[in-house]
Design a protein around this ligand. Structure first.
Ligand code: NAI
Length: 332
């Protein structure tokens, strides 16, 4: 199968080629992000392989369908960037990588929590500058603190397990409680209760119309003064302007983000020689109690090996006309 791999970086080429040895698909790596004006690059291919910030909205799907493409292999678990109704109408098969390493994202989430609490980002530069003063580096014991986990699927479950290991009390909100979490002693509560009791609020839900701007003016107001908010799921779960207001007032004491609502124009590229024109993002960067990483939660060798292997299995199933079990349910 001839596949146009959009948003390719060197690691995509290395790991996909590694996983493709037996299957022998003809993978062509394109650095371009998939957008309405780059979709034509898929001319002559059988399938498109896309990542989280590729645009799979109606306009792109129309172009791809016009080129005769029927299959889309997502190198991600999330599929909020796909116009599902359009994909259904135009007859696409869309497969994703439902699980690769929940540990990778959960461990990165906890890395952000620890770094924010113990101010590792400040300590690192201070010590290199010969400044060994401790003023401004005061942290708090995680032991005995309450962590609110919103979404206890594969990743949220791992975060709950790790934070339990620190001796935290874990409260959670999820319409479908998780048995591992229940066995661990996680207390399922409603969202207002979770916001009211949590010292740390961490987000692990998919982005849906229901979870869009889950963190907003009103929910920030419900949180404990000085709360730590961590989002490693999808940027649009957080209304960034509301959180900036919370940081300015001190209601939000710490903010850790691996994802950002408008990350499509920023993340995964080296923009160090350009001026960032997103003023909201730039404002976030001015706070000493904010740590942002550029959507790297998934980025461990273990996780990208698994992503590559599942992506190749999905392409092989497309080619054989069978199912890998990873296809999105488009309601057909
Ligand atoms: P999952 O599907 O295993 O779990 C999601 C959980 O959210 C489910 O238990 C579901 O019941 C719950 N949920 C759905 N709607 C909810 C709502 N309104 N309120 C509370 N909970 C709700 O997904 P998984 O694998 O744990 O991934 C979670 C998210 O993490 C993904 O959707 C994706 O956006 C993000 N992610 C981020 C990565 C990164 O590199 N930063 C990498 C992989 C995933």
């Amino acid at each position: 199968m001839r596949v146009a791999v959009f948003s390719s970086h060197p690691h995509d080429e290395t790991y996909l080629n590694g996983a493709n040895k037996e299957a022998g698909h003809d993978l062509v790596f394109l650095e371009s992000r998939l957008k309405p004006h780059t979709a034509k690059l898929a001319d002559g291919f059988d399938a498109v392989c896309a990542f989280v910030n590729d645009d799979l909205g109606e306009e792109v799907l129309e172009v791809l369908a016009g080129l005769g493409i029927e299959h889309i292999a997502l190198r991600s678990a999330g599929f909020n960037h796909v116009d599902l109704a359009g994909a259904e109408r135009l007859g696409f098969t869309v497969a994703r990588v439902p699980a690769y390493s929940p540990h990778a994202v959960a461990e990165h989430t906890v890395a952000i929590m620890l770094a924010l609490n113990r101010q590792i980002h400040k300590a690192y530069t201070r010590v290199r500058d010969g400044n060994f003063a401790l003023d401004g580096l005061l942290g708090f014991d995680l032991h005995g603190r309450t962590v609110g986990v919103i979404g206890t699927g594969k990743i949220g479950e791992r975060v709950a397990v790790i934070m339990s290991g620190f001796g935290c009390r874990i409260v959670a909100y999820d319409p479908h409680p998780n048995q591992v979490c229940l066995d661990l002693g996680v207390e399922y509560v409603d969202l207002p209760t979770l916001f009211g009791v949590s010292d740390i609020v961490t987000l692990h839900t998919p982005l849906t119309p229901e979870t869009h701007h889950l963190i907003n003016d009103k929910t920030v107001e419900m949180m404990k003064p000085g709360v730590m908010i961590v989002n490693t799921s999808r940027g649009a779960l957080v209304d960034t302007v509301a959180v900036i207001d919370g940081l300015k007032s001190g209601r939000v004491g710490y903010l850790g983000l691996d994802v950002y609502e408008e990350e499509g124009d920023l993340f995964f590229e080296n923009l160090s020689d350009r001026i960032i024109t997103d003023d909201v993002f730039s404002r976030l960067l001015t706070f000493p109690n904010v740590i942002i990483t550029g959507h790297q939660g998934f980025f461990t060798a273990d996780a990208i090996t698994a992503i590559a292997e599942t992506t190749i299995e999905n392409l092989t199933a497309f080619e054989a006309g069978t199912t890998s079990g990873n296809e999105l349910d488009l309601g057909r």
